[in-house]
Design a protein around this ligand. Structure first.
Ligand code: SAM
Ligand code: DTB
Ligand code: SF4
Length: 364
């Protein structure tokens, strides 16, 4: 009988989050062991296939064109460059590649066709391939599925209430609709969020309610600690404490027992002992490589040394779900519809976003 609950309330989740830490970790570790091998952690590699110049106003993001940050923007990568990077990732122990694009949403056309070719190419390397490209329609999700996509990442990032304090160029319902579009295909869902953006504990719990009440729950849940980047509206946020990170990971594990819980951005600020406590509390994936999308990440050799010390093994690909078949473009059943989807644009004013935008205007 399934032990997955889809009716978690914010109060229940807050009670779990605020348990005495030793009890919380013990409970999370117990749930973890029932559903996963505690000595296996997936190593994934991020590839920023299109960097910077994004039209959105996400308060945490160095890739938003309206803020002045020192990242180097790039046009869409070539398929051969992506293949070379994926092979390097595979050689260094990664079983999954996640390709990120600084887009608000996917648009049908040659660039999306190129991304579909990247998906086919990585699938053929026997690696799990994930994309995070912004909002997608059901037809676009089907085309990604046909190309052999294993997962689609689309984070809820925070509670519905706090989301409005961070982003004004799109609504929470767009995020949920995209997740629903992906759910209609055989692509798995990866959705999580960020802590340390100034949200309350009740917002963290609210985000976990939104994720855990999805039916089915996401197969993968990244928990990011904000990387406060100079020039973004959230540049002055204090680093999140490791205790909060452990509590968030443990609570995520308890309410979503089967998900792959990913210890994502922010690891450069965490000690190895702190990360070990996250693994104990149910985190079973990391992003490896010296860069996330645009910000630094621990050295892969240091990560591998830590795996050695802790007796952890990198997870093989397709342990949780079979490798999807990849259909060539010429045999494809789904074609571009050239839709003009109506994603929302609430455009309310967020003071700190406005200030960061004004500062950027002066600097540019
Ligand atoms: N543009 C697409 C989108 O927003 O869905 C995909 C790329 S976006 C960079 C992917 C995720 O990275 C965001 O949803 C957010 O959770 C995370 N992220 C971005 N900047 C971050 C930061 N400074 N610290 C932590 N996580 C961050
Ligand atoms: C996720 O939740 N975290 C990853 C992945 N999904 C795409 C991205 C983290 C990005 C951190 C900021 C940067 O490097 O630009
Ligand atoms: Fe664009 Fe995604 Fe960054 Fe938001 S998080 S600014 S949508 S790249």
């Amino acid at each position: 009988m399934s032990t997955i609950r889809h009716n978690w309330t914010k109060e229940e989740i807050l009670d779990i989050y605020n348990k005495p830490l030793m009890e919380l970790m013990y409970e999370a570790a117990t749930v973890h062991r029932l559903h996963h091998d505690p000595n296996t952690v997936q190593v994934s590699t991020l590839l920023s296939i299109k960097t910077g110049g994004c039209p959105e106003d996400c308060g945490y993001c160095p890739q938003a064109a309206r803020y002045h940050t020192d990242i180097e923007g790039n046009d869409l990568m070539t398929v051969s460059h992506v293949k070379a990077q994926a092979l390097r990732a595979k050689a260094s122990g990664s079983s999954r590649v996640c390709m990120g694009a600084a887009w608000r949403n996917v648009k049908d056309g040659p660039e999306f066709d190129q991304v579909l070719e990247m998906v086919r190419t990585i699938n053929k390397l026997e690696m799990e391939v994930c994309c995070t490209l912004g909002m997608v329609t059901e037809n676009q999700a089907q085309r990604l599925a046909e190309a052999g996509l294993y997962a689609y990442n689309h984070n809820l990032d925070s509670s519905e209430e706090y989301y409005k304090e961070v982003i004004s160029t799109r609504g929470y319902e767009d995020r949920l609709e995209t997740i629903d579009n992906v759910r209609k295909t055989n692509v798995t869902v990866c959705s999580g969020g960020i802590i340390g953006m100034g949200e309350k504990e009740s917002d963290r719990a609210g985000m976990l309610v939104a994720l855990s009440t999805l039916n089915p729950q996401p197969e993968s849940v990244p928990i990011n600690a904000l990387v406060a980047v100079e020039g973004t509206p959230l540049e002055n946020q204090k680093p999140v404490s490791i205790w909060d990170m452990i509590r968030m990971v443990a609570t995520t594990r308890i309410v979503m027992p089967e998900a792959q819980v990913r210890l994502s951005a922010g690891r450069t600020e965490m000690s190895q002992e702190g990360q070990a406590m996250c693994f104990f509390s149910g985190a079973n994936s990391i992003f490896a490589g010296d860069k996330l999308l645009t910000t630094p990440n621990p050295d892969v050799n240091e990560d591998m040394k830590l795996f050695d010390v802790l007796g952890l093994n990198p997870q093989k690909p397709f342990i949780k779900k079979m490798q999807p078949t990849s259909i060539e473009a010429k045999d494809s059943q789904f074609h571009a519809l050239g839709e003009k989807p109506k994603w929302t644009r609430p455009d309310h004013k967020i003071e700190r976003n406005e200030e960061a935008k004004q500062k950027a205007k002066v600097l540019k």
